[in-house]
Design a protein around this ligand. Structure first.
Ligand SMILES: Cc1ncc(COP(=O)(O)OP(=O)(O)O)c(N)n1
Ligand SMILES: Cc1ncsc1CCOP(=O)(O)O
Ligand SMILES: [Mg+2]
Length: 222
């Protein structure tokens, strides 16, 4: 059962720098846990939230994503849908696409110029150049460290983040990032640190403090 949430705190949306949290269906297995954890993370000051759910149950995915979209609107924080351009179009929110997903150019055409379209570039400047030409809003690199969420993701070197400055788009670092590693990724050039376990790994009630700590350790607080 999803309940409406009161407006608790409004943030000016500055999605281009900060902590980017991805939900996880194993860590957040039901609607209440998902929404409690997401609300805490948003209150902690997320820059972006991604709904990442690999299940094939479309009604379930729509229900959860729609609830998250409402919550994100209250906090003026963009929501990104992983993999699913149709769901993003239905909700009028952003999408994140990997190399096995739909093409960035097609998503950009379908969603329009004002919608966020993120692209996975692994450890490749060539993939980044292609994503930029196709109309990506940000470039995601990694995994940089061992990831419990996606252990088989192709590895990347932190030095890539500095080299990717040439594209003039926000650079996202992902993969096994915690407080220390977030600081290292930002020092190497990351604008956003994307995390699953560091925000949602300690239970729904801990997500707000987890985001605040990550922001502080990464130097995102002014
Ligand atoms: C911010 C961000 N970066 C990378 C990914 C990985 O996308 P992809 O390679 O398509 O893998 P899946 O997440 O779909 O398993 C991401 N989702 N978000
Ligand atoms: C989706 C994805 N792509 C590369 S690593 C990763 C998961 C990141 O999760 P965690 O922060 O728990 O390592
Ligand atoms: Mg994908």
């Amino acid at each position: 059962m999803i309940c409406p949430h009161p407006v608790i705190e409004m943030h000016e949306s500055n999605w281009q720098r900060g902590v980017y949290a991805l939900t996880d269906a194993t860590l957040l297995p039901d609607d209440d846990t998902l929404l409690t954890a997401a609300e805490g993370a948003l209150r902690g000051g997320l820059a972006l939230l991604q709904y990442r759910d690999k299940s094939s149950d479309e009604a379930h995915r729509y229900r959860q994503a729609a609830a998250l979209a409402g919550l994100c609107r209250e906090f003026a924080t963009p929501l990104i849908i992983n993999d699913d351009v149709a769901l993003a179009a239905r909700l009028g929110v952003g999408v994140h696409l990997g190399q096995q997903d739909a093409a960035v150019a097609g998503a950009r055409e379908r969603l329009g110029p004002g919608v966020l379209v993120g692209a996975t570039c692994h450890g490749s400047l060539e993939l980044a150049a292609r994503a930029r030409r196709a109309g990506a809003s940000y470039l995601a690199f990694g995994r940089f460290f061992a990831s419990r969420t996606k252990p088989g993701a192709p590895p990347a070197e932190l030095s890539l983040l500095g080299e990717a400055a040439r594209f003039g788009l926000p650079r996202v670092a992902i993969g096994g990032i915690d407080g220390d590693r977030a600081a290292r990724a930002v020092a190497a050039g990351a604008d956003l640190v994307a995390v699953v376990h560091a925000v949602f790994g300690a239970g729904a009630a801990a997500s707000e403090a987890a985001v605040r700590e990550l922001r502080q350790r990464a130097g995102f607080t002014s």
